[in-house]
Structures are given as C-alpha cells and as structure tokens.
Design a protein around this ligand. Structure first.
Ligand SMILES: C[S@@+](CC[C@H](N)C(=O)[O-])C[C@H]1O[C@@H](n2cnc3c(N)ncnc32)[C@H](O)[C@@H]1O
Length: 286
C-alpha cells in the first residue's frame, strides 16, 4: 500500500509517481537518472539484506526522488544518501525534513566517487550505472553487506562461476570480497524513464575468501594481467603480461608452476587457483 498524501505524515510507503511529481523534475538518462516506479520491486530491495546485517546506518548512492530512501528509512535506524544532482538533493531534504531534523537522514550532495563516505553498516542502492565499477570497488573493501542494482550483464559477470562465458576479472575481484548472488531480475518497465538495458539486484555478503593471499594488490594485478590474455594458456599469459602484473622474472614463475595449471586458461581458473599461483609468482618472480 502506498500513500500520495501530504509530506511528513507517511505511515505507509510513499508512492513513486507522487515522489517524482513532488521532486518537480523528470529523470534525465544522460545523468544516469532512471527512477524506480514499481512499488513491488522497491519494497523487496531492503529485504535482500542478509538477516544478520547491521541496519544501524545504511548508505544509499543516488537517491533521486527518494523512493528507495523512503523504504530504507523504514528498515534502518539511520540513512545517509549521496546524490549528485542539486535538484534531487534539495528535494530529498524537503521531502524527508522530519527525518533530517531527527538526525535519521543525512543528504550528502556530491559525486559518490569523490565525497567522503560515512562509517556505514550496509549499502543498498539503485546505482547510477556509469559508475558501477568504480563505486563497487570503493564499497567492496569496506567489508559491509551490499545490495546493489546493476545493469544485468555487469551483475551477472560479478556473480559468475569459473568455466562460464561471463566469468572474468570482475568475478574474481568481486568474489574476493564476498559471496555474490543475483537476487532478482528487474525489467526495464520498472523504471521511468525506461532504460535501454535490463537490470539485476545483486547481494554481496562479506566473508573471508577460502584461500590465502599475502599481497592483495599483487593478487588483483595478477588476475587482471592474466584475463587480458584470456584466450591464451596461463603459461603464455604469465610470459606476456609482466608489464601489468609487475613480475620481474615471469620465466621463473613458469618454471616453478605445475604443468596442469600452465595448460589452463584464465576462464577455467577458480579464484583459489589464482591465489595459489599468485603466491607462487610472488615468491619466485617478483
Ligand atoms: C538510477 S537513479 C536511482 C534513483 C533512485 N534511488 C531510484 O531508485 O529511483 C541514480 C541516481 O544517482 C544520481 N547520480 C548519478 N551519478 C551520481 C554520482 N556520481 N554520485 C552520486 N549520485 C549520482 C542520479 O542523479 C540519480 O538520482
């Protein structure tokens, strides 16, 4: 049930279309503004947080008219929303004046890639897709649960298993930080204006990886290097990409590694296989 009623008296969830009307501006696709207008989808998003997630301070990137902000304020003690567009930032402060006054909502106007992020306990966002990768790799190292909307292909690559066509550097580097699941496919019709692409909601639950990495930066660079040569064997990948991985003696790594591993291709290497090889590479070839 949603309400189109007066601002500030909402005991039921706010109606998406009414919020867009009160914001006084339509979404501009050139500014990554595709707003959720399907209540059922918006209502489900906060429920994808893991049960054990700490809901004391939830971060939202890209608040827009505030339909998700509204649901997050119902599910969390405190919310910080980062919004780049001054019209929508001003609208959010107006629309949620009571919550701002009560210190339950902070509206940060600025670019989510530049602003200082608060000490949040979880992040739930319908992201601006043009910054999907950069913002994800700002959020992932915080080790907090994330529920994020992405372009379908991007979210599926994050969640992909070794041996599938979607599996790549993005899968390994995301899964390094947490367990990744696609919770829901969201059709274009759930947004206004309708985006050109389909979307997915992805949950990332932080956990320690099931392998050990001594030098995280080298591990991530090594994975990046080997996926630039995904059609080549690992043997040739190691040899051809020292300028990316930073190896000073790639030949020593090839000599030390198992033949079984050297014959594989990056797309068939599980994250734990990369980690084992990265440890060996750091010991023998850095
Ligand atoms: C896909 S819309 C989502 C809006 C709202 N949460 C919803 O679900 O309807 C993305 C929002 O992010 C904002 N935005 C775009 N780039 C941004 C950036 N770099 N930093 C912060 N916000 C940004 C846009 O103005 C827009 O309001």
């Amino acid at each position: 049930m949603t309400s189109d009623g007066p601002v500030g008296s909402e005991s039921v969830a706010r109606d998406p279309d009414a919020l867009i009307r009160r914001a006084g501006a339509r979404g501009d696709p050139n500014r990554d503004q595709h707003f959720l207008v399907d209540d059922r989808v918006v209502d489900r998003i906060p429920t994808y947080l893991p049960d054990e997630a700490d809901r004391s301070h939830v971060l939202e990137i890209g608040g827009g008219p505030g339909v998700l902000t509204d649901r997050l304020l119902r599910a969390a003690d405190r919310v910080t929303v980062v919004e780049q567009d001054e019209t929508f930032a001003a609208h959010l402060r107006r629309e949620f004046a009571e919550e701002v006054e009560a210190d339950r909502l902070t509206v940060v106007e600025g670019d989510a890639l530049d602003v200082e992020l608060p000490e949040f306990t979880a992040c739930v966002s319908n992201l601006p897709y043009s910054i999907s990768s950069e913002i994800s790799f700002r959020l992932l190292p915080t080790g907090k649960p994330l529920v994020l909307m992405f372009q379908k292909e991007f979210g599926e690559r994050m969640a992909a298993d070794a041996g599938t066509s979607e599996y790549g550097r993005l899968s390994v580097s995301t899964q390094h930080y947490g367990a990744v699941e696609v919770c829901e496919h969201v059709p274009r019709e759930a947004f206004a204006p309708k985006p050109a692409v389909q979307s997915v909601i992805v949950r990332i639950t932080p956990r320690e990886p099931d392998y050990e990495v001594d030098d995280e930066q080298f591990f991530l660079d090594f994975v990046k290097a080997l996926f630039t040569q995904r059609r080549k064997t690992i043997r040739n990948g190691i040899r051809n990409t020292a300028h990316i991985s930073g190896l000073s003696d790639p030949e020593a790594v090839v000599e030390a590694a198992d033949e079984d591993v050297l014959r594989k291709r990056a797309g068939n290497m599980a994250p734990a296989d990369f980690a084992r090889l990265a440890r060996l590479a750091a010991e023998t070839g850095l």
